[in-house]
Design a protein. Structure first.
Length: 298
């Protein structure tokens, strides 16, 4: 039996609604998987960030004081960022993944509403077919035909009521679907913005820690550590000996002069005494000669 235009229109409407529900279920399921994967990747990145912070702290222990302080502060900021990343993961699960997961139930209820409408429309078609058969089988049986017409009318009323309810439900479904996807994506953006704002603040502090590292202090500390412990002592000893030698040389010159002067004075004194003795002897001899002379004259 050929379908009338109204029946074909209702059938096309049912197919359209069914297709919309199926596409919504498919796409929301895909989005749920992708956002869940994004959340898992973020959690793995959080774990890698914690491992990176630990490695930086271990490395800092082997460096100089300035570099150690800077890298330690940098590692603490990296670790703090992972705390915010953990909050990001939790918010993604609660505000994005979970609503998408629950959307499967929404699509399920929409399909149930569609099925009810299809059932009501099917009953109407069955009653239509019964009426046609009753008219063809026994056109004069007004009681059977009237009863079939009454049942067809009730089925048509139920189908019409069901169609209106389905249209209203599908209208709500589409409206709710758009509102939900807008809210889910907005929540995703908000979660990411909050995380990246906090991360930017902490990365700025981490950069300041790096800028505060004094290379010259650490190089000086490295050079001091590189030299053997005895080398400075030997250098100090050499310097001390050098100073002592110079001081001794400066002191020895006056002493030598004093000593030479001390030795020269007695020698000169002795020579003077000998000269005086010789002169005294000569004087005595002259006196004796004069006395002999006088005696001879007498």
């Amino acid at each position: 039996m050929a379908k009338n235009p109204e029946a074909r229109a209702k059938e096309n409407q049912m197919k359209f609604i069914q297709d919309r529900i199926a596409k919504a279920e498919q796409h929301f399921g895909t989005l749920c998987q992708e956002f869940a994967g994004f959340s898992r990747k973020t959690a793995k990145l959080r774990d890698k960030g914690d491992e990176l912070a630990k490695a930086l702290l271990t490395y800092a222990e082997a460096e100089g004081q300035s570099l150690k302080s800077g890298v330690t502060g940098f590692a603490e900021m990296i670790s703090a960022i992972q705390d915010y990343r953990q909050a990001e993961v939790q918010r993604l699960e609660a505000k994005v993944v979970q609503p998408l997961t629950m959307y499967g139930n929404t699509c399920k209820h929409a399909k149930e509403d569609l099925k009810k409408s299809q059932t009501a429309r099917g009953k109407e078609q069955q009653q239509q077919q019964r009426l046609e058969k009753a008219r063809q089988k026994n056109p004069s049986d007004r009681h059977t035909i009237s009863q079939a017409e009454s049942e067809l009318q009730r089925a048509a009323v139920d189908a019409t009521r069901s169609d209106r309810a389905l249209e209203e439900q599908m209208d709500n479904f589409e409206r709710q679907k758009m509102e939900d996807i807008k809210k889910i994506l907005s929540d995703f953006v908000h979660v990411e913005m909050v995380f990246h704002c906090k991360a930017l603040e902490l990365y700025t502090v981490a950069h300041q820690y790096l800028q505060g590292i004094n290379d010259e202090d650490d190089i000086e500390e490295f050079r001091n550590s590189m030299r053997p412990p005895s080398a400075p002592a030997r250098l100090d000893l050499v310097r001390a000996n050098s100073k002592t030698s110079l001081s001794s040389t400066a002191r020895q010159t006056p002493v030598a002069e004093r000593r030479s002067t001390a030795f020269s004075k007695p020698q000169e004194q002795e020579e003077t005494d000998e000269d005086e003795e010789e002169e005294t002897e000569d004087d005595e001899e002259d006196e004796e000669d004069e006395e002999d002379d006088r005696h001879y004259r007498r």
